[in-house]
Design a protein. Structure first.
Length: 202
């Protein structure tokens, strides 16, 4: 694990916009909560989270990047774009993708709950730190499902330690209602920014 790596945050899905005649047009394939409104859209929630992170990042953090795309970017294309950034940065990097989980296709409420952080081979120690910080700052009393080696395309193809954090289940009504509040959003934001601060102190 490198001390003070340059952190690259990625938005896995593009934003959503409203079409004509009240029809919703989705530019992202992320899941959504069953309640509409105020249903949570994964792409929008994560993009808002990353903007909160940008606003609240520790003052000591100078080197981090946000990879935001207005449209859905497939995993292999995200990895390719991130690898270009890594090459341009020219130093030790850490890639992080926040996600929102769902059990099934997000059409019905169920009891699946908790957060988990997946990692590639080089990211295990970072994953343990991030999981602990998310657990410490989230406002809902749900299970810390720990860390796990992930085999997702973006984790396999990014040329640096990489993490994929599933923050909560949008198909869990209690988690969704808590995460949708300002306190819930800031709780996750604080988990990530506290993690960022640990990298400077390392």
């Amino acid at each position: 694990m490198s001390a003070n790596p340059t952190i690259i945050f990625g938005a896995p899905h593009g934003a959503t916009f409203w079409g004509h005649n009240g029809l919703e047009v989705y530019l992202q394939a992320g899941k959504r909560s069953p309640v509409v409104p105020p249903g949570i859209l994964e792409g929008d929630y994560v993009r808002d989270l990353l903007l909160d992170i940008e606003e609240n990042a520790p003052p000591s953090i100078d080197d981090y990047y946000l990879f935001l795309s207005p449209t859905e970017t497939p995993p292999a294309a995200r990895a390719k774009a991130v690898n270009k950034m890594i090459k341009a940065i020219g130093g030790d990097c850490l890639y992080i993708e926040p996600h929102v989980n769902a059990s099934g296709m997000g059409q019905n409420w169920n009891n699946a709950e908790g957060h988990i952080v997946f990692h590639n081979e080089a990211g295990e120690e970072y994953a343990a730190q991030l999981s602990e910080q998310i657990d410490r700052h989230k406002i809902m009393d749900t299970t810390n499902r720990g860390i796990r080696r992930g085999w997702f395309t973006v984790l396999k193809e990014v040329n640096c330690p990489a993490l994929l954090a599933e923050m909560f289940f949008m198909t869990n009504k209690a988690e969704t209602l808590a995460a949708a509040t300002l306190e819930g959003q800031l709780g996750f934001c604080n988990g990530f920014t506290s993690f960022m601060g640990l990298q400077v102190a390392a």
